[in-house]
Design a protein around this ligand. Structure first.
Ligand SMILES: O=C(O)CCC(=O)C(=O)O
Length: 296
C-alpha cells in the first residue's frame, strides 16, 4: 500500500433476495434524519497474482479493521482470486456462507463494528455451479445479504462461460439508507439500477475489477447511474494488474446530483474515504423531481 488516502466530504434506501439473510436495523423505508453524516471507506485493493490468496485475505481483514468508525466499508469485485484469473476460479471457489472469505470478513466487520460490503467471491453453490457473489455483513458479523451478479462479463468467454447468472436484484436495509447492490459489468445495464431504485435504494454500491483500457466508461457510467437515479454511487475498483489486465482504479463516491465527492486519482492501492449525507437524496429528488416523470 502506498499510504495514499484521499479524503473528501459532501453536504450532501427492496427486500432481500431469496439468497439473502435477513438483517437487523432501523426501518429502511423511513427517510434518513436530515443532515446525517455517513462515513464511507472504499478500499481500492491491489490484487497481485504473486500474493497468496490467504495472505491477501489477512491483509484485507486488517484494512477493514482499520476502518473502525466508518458507517460502510466497501471492497472490490472478486478480490480474493482476481476478476480475470479465470484459471483459478474452480480452485478458489468457496461457499458464500462460512467459506474462508466469508469467515474472515465476518470477523473483520465484527471487530471493527462496521457494515461491510465485502466485494465478491467466486461462490460454489450447493449444486456445484459458480456465481460471482457479493457478501454484505452487519457490524455484528452476520451475513446480512448476498447478491449474485446478474450480468456476466466476457461475451463468449471468461466469467460468461464459467459462471451462472444471478436473477434477483438485491437491496440491503442499512439503518441509515437502503443500499442497492450491483457488480462491475452490471453498471452498463441501467434497468437493474431502476429496479433497485424502485425497491428503495438510495446508495448504489458497485464493486468492480474494471480494466484500465475502458476507464473512461467506468467514470462516465458511474456518474450517469447517480444522475439518472438521483442516488449516491459508491464505485469501488481494484488496483494493480492481475492476470495481465491492468485495472482502472479510480474508485469514486458520487452524489445524487452527479458531483464527484471523492475519487482515487490513480490505480494504486488506497483507501478512499468520504462523508456523505443520505438525506441529500430526498432533497435532490424533491427539488428536481425527474423520477416522478417516468412513463415506462
Ligand atoms: O464492462 C466493462 O468494460 C468491464 C466489465 C468487467 O470487467 C467485469 O464485469 O468483470
Amino acid at each position: 500500500m502506498d499510504g495514499g488516502t484521499v479524503r473528501a466530504s459532501s453536504s450532501n434506501s427492496p427486500t432481500n433476495s431469496p439468497d439473502s439473510a435477513p438483517n437487523p436495523g432501523a426501518d429502511p423505508a423511513a427517510d434518513p434524519p436530515a443532515d446525517a453524516s455517513f462515513h464511507v471507506a472504499l478500499v481500492q485493493l491491489r490484487v497481485d497474482p504473486d500474493e497468496p490468496v490467504s495472505a491477501r485475505r489477512e491483509r484485507t481483514a486488517a484494512l477493514v479493521r482499520a476502518q473502525r468508525g466508518a458507517d460502510l466499508v466497501v471492497l472490490p469485485e472478486l478480490w480474493p482470486v482476481g476478476a480475470f484469473a479465470f484459471d483459478r476460479f474452480e480452485a478458489e471457489a468457496e461457499p458464500a456462507r462460512h467459506g474462508p472469505t466469508a469467515e474472515a470478513m465476518s470477523a473483520a466487520a465484527r471487530d471493527a463494528g462496521v457494515w461491510l460490503h465485502a466485494g465478491s467471491v467466486v461462490e460454489r453453490a450447493p449444486g456445484g455451479e459458480l456465481f460471482n457473489t457479493s457478501l454484505v455483513f452487519s457490524p455484528d458479523g452476520e451475513l446480512a445479504a448476498t447478491y449474485r451478479k446478474i450480468h456476466r462479463f466476457g461475451f463468449d468467454r471468461g466469467e460468461a462461460t464459467l459462471m451462472d447468472a444471478g436473477t434477483q436484484p438485491v437491496t440491503v436495509p442499512h439503518p441509515s439508507a437502503v443500499l442497492g447492490l450491483a457488480t462491475c459489468y452490471d453498471l452498463r445495464f441501467p434497468e437493474l439500477f431502476r429496479a433497485l431504485v424502485d425497491a428503495g435504494a438510495r446508495l448504489l454500491v458497485v464493486p468492480a475489477g474494471w480494466p484500465a483500457r475502458r476507464a473512461a466508461h467506468w467514470s462516465l457510467l458511474a456518474r450517469a447511474r447517480a444522475v439518472e437515479n438521483q442516488c449516491y454511487v459508491l464505485a469501488c475498483g481494484t488496483a494493480g494488474t492481475h492476470a495481465g489486465v491492468l485495472q482502472a482504479g479510480h474508485s469514486a463516491v458520487i452524489d445524487p446530483w452527479g458531483e464527484v465527492v471523492a475519487e482515487a486519482s490513480d490505480t494504486e492501492e488506497r483507501v478512499l474515504t468520504a462523508v456523505i449525507d443520505p438525506a441529500e437524496v430526498g432533497r435532490v429528488r424533491e427539488k428536481f423531481p425527474a423520477l416522478k416523470d417516468r412513463v415506462l
